[in-house]
Design a protein. Structure first.
Length: 292
């Protein structure tokens, strides 16, 4: 089995991958591909772009397996009915000639076995932490020298991208976001600028922090996510994150949510301690594997 490698997908291939990912999620109880990987499906091939590569295993019955390489990171999925036939191993081998690490969402036993068979080691844990939605949050208090407003589409993109790059300079995914990535998310059904909070310096108007809230699902079953909280390195210690979090909790309390969640690096002990004090518990971990 030799995967087809391409820099862009046809609309039919994009849809086939989405159907494949949905079938795998239903079988495994966890998403097979990350949000960014799904957003990358319809990226056109363009000079200076993200440099995404797609690896496809197709048969007359449909899409048997798919892998994507983005920035050296690999994600892959195999159709439930086509597993245990060596397809996943062959696809992983091909993908790792292009990439360096592979993500396993939920770190399921099958993913662990595949990693062991290729002598890959665990190099990164990304925790998903969840909590009950707040019912009586504290009112966001005034903070000296700071003000909070919501994001304005068409005006704040460049300033936010600059802030995000500074706040996540050492983060391998979040720090890479471009204006095109932001605008792609603005086009998603869940995007709501009214829950995209920006903290500014009262005197200069400089953007010091942002907290992006993502809410998906129907009322009563919706999930609220602290999607991205970033603070300018020079504004650390001014209470920017605390102020923005208070606004997010007030927004969560105003919606009929089933739960709230966030992602945090498994080695970020101080942040995990803070989130646990706020009522969050570890629900699962997405794990990254790499060759020794």
């Amino acid at each position: 089995m030799q995967p087809i490698t391409t820099a862009s997908l046809t609309p039919a291939q994009q849809q086939a991958v989405r159907v494949l990912a949905q079938a795998a999620e239903q079988a495994d109880g966890i998403e097979a591909l990350s949000e960014q990987t799904l957003l990358n499906l319809d990226l056109p091939e363009q000079p200076g772009g993200r440099g995404v590569k797609h690896l496809l295993v197709e048969s007359p019955s449909g899409m048997d397996a798919y892998a994507q390489v983005d920035g050296g990171s690999v994600e892959l999925v195999v159709a439930p009915q086509r597993r245990q036939r060596g397809i996943g191993g062959a696809l992983l081998d091909a993908a790792l000639t292009e990439g360096r690490q592979v993500w396993a969402h939920g770190d399921l036993p099958a993913a662990q076995a595949l990693a062991r068979s290729r002598e890959l080691r665990r190099v990164r844990d990304l925790w998903v932490m969840t909590a009950e939605p707040p019912t009586d949050p504290d009112e966001p208090a005034a903070s000296e020298g700071l003000r909070v407003r919501t994001f304005t589409v068409g005006r704040d993109e460049d300033a936010w991208v600059e802030l995000n790059a500074l706040a996540f300079a050492h983060h391998p995914e979040q720090g890479r976001l471009t204006r095109a990535d932001l605008e792609q998310r603005e086009g998603q059904p869940w995007f709501d600028p009214e829950v995209f909070f920006l903290a500014e310096d009262v005197n200069t108007g400089e953007l010091l922090g942002s907290l992006w809230v993502k809410i998906e699902g129907n009322s009563g079953h919706a999930v609220g996510e602290i999607y991205a909280l970033g603070v300018h390195p020079q504004a650390q210690g001014r209470g920017v994150g605390t102020l923005l979090t208070a606004h997010a909790m007030a927004a969560f309390a105003a919606r009929d949510l089933a739960r709230i969640e966030l992602y945090v690096e498994g080695e970020n002990t101080p942040a995990i301690r803070t989130y646990r004090r706020a009522g969050f518990t570890r629900a699962r971990a997405d794990v990254q594997y790499a060759r020794p």
